[in-house]
Design a protein. Structure first.
Length: 335
């Protein structure tokens, strides 16, 4: 930046710098003087600028101080305002709490007033009842006064003194209280016995009802068992009839097998003249069993019948062989 630009920028003394001499004939001393003059003017401009800067800095400092004071005042005002708000909030909370407490106390007082009114009315009713009792008992008081006056004026042999009469009254009153207590005790015992009796009757009624229900259930089960027994008896009878028929058929089959075996044995004796290899059996009719044979006997008869059938099969095979041999012999004789 040139000297002229510096002075024009920072505000010199409103005088322009002289132009640099460009003549060749200017001497170095003149040039030096010219440079010194320019330096002096530049120094003056710098001094003026420094003064301006100092003045502005002072103004800025005063402005900053003013702003700082205003900021402090604003902060103090803000603190006071916040404190004021807090105090108002605290006062409002205390007022709300005080109002709630007053409301609660008022409700308590109203409840107490209501209770006291009820007690007052109750006491008035009691007073009224007591007055009625007093009015009813006045005649007894008058009677006692008249008795005392009569005793005091005329006197009697039974109660020569008023104290004797009072003692007699006290004795009768104590006896009456004792009898009243005994009566109350007897009433309580009677009530307790009545409640116990009612409970007992209720328990017995429930027990009778339960027993009746059990009897009805058992009766129903008995009827069902009777029906099942009848069905089972019918099944048993049917099974017995079927078993009798089967036993009869089995006896007939066994008799047929015995007869068939006997016929084969007889036929074998006529053909071979020897039956030593075959089994010997007794009378088949004596071995036939009735339809009332036991299960073991039936099993034994079945086993024997099976053996007889095996023997019959053996006889039939032998008989077939004999017939076949006879036919072969006949055919050979014809040939």
């Amino acid at each position: 930046m040139s000297n002229s630009e510096f002075l024009s920028t920072y505000g010199g003394r409103n005088r322009s710098l002289p132009q640099t001499l460009t003549l060749d004939h200017v001497s170095p001393a003149t040039r030096l003087l010219e440079k010194r003059r320019q330096m002096f003017e530049v120094q003056e401009a710098l001094d003026a600028q420094k003064e301006e800067f100092a003045r502005r800095e002072d103004a800025f400092r005063r402005r900053e101080e003013t702003l700082r004071k205003q900021d402090l005042e604003l902060q103090e005002s803000l603190i006071k305002f916040n404190k004021f708000l807090q105090e108002n909030e605290s006062k409002r909370n205390r007022a709300i709490k005080r109002a709630a407490d007053e409301k609660k106390q008022r409700e308590i007082k109203e409840a107490e007033i209501k209770k006291l009114k009820q007690q007052f009315y109750q006491k008035m009713e009691e007073e009224k009842a007591l007055k009625e009792q007093v009015s009813k008992h006045v005649k007894y008081q008058s009677f006692l006064y008249s008795v005392v006056e009569h005793v005091q004026t005329q006197g009697t042999e039974d109660f020569p003194e008023v104290q004797d009469l009072l003692n007699r009254y006290k004795t009768l009153r104590d006896a009456n209280e004792d009898l009243t207590k005994r009566q109350m005790q007897h009433d309580k015992e009677n009530e307790s016995k009545r409640v116990s009796y009612g409970q007992f009757k209720k328990e017995r009624a429930n027990e009778v009802l339960n027993r009746n229900n059990e009897i009805a259930t058992l009766q129903k089960n008995l009827e069902q068992c009777a029906v099942e027994t009848l069905g089972a008896q019918n099944n048993v009878d049917s099974s017995i009839r079927n078993m009798s028929d089967k036993v009869l058929q089995l006896g007939q089959m066994l008799a047929s097998i015995e007869n068939l075996l006997l016929r084969f044995e007889t036929q074998a004796r006529h053909i071979k003249r020897s039956s030593s290899s075959g089994p010997t059996y007794g009378d088949p009719s004596s071995e036939s069993k009735s339809s009332k044979a036991t299960l073991d006997e039936l099993e034994e008869e079945g086993r024997k019948a099976k053996e007889h059938l095996e023997d019959i099969a053996t006889y039939m095979i032998d008989y077939s062989s004999i017939v076949k041999e006879w036919e072969e012999d006949v055919n050979k004789g014809k040939a």
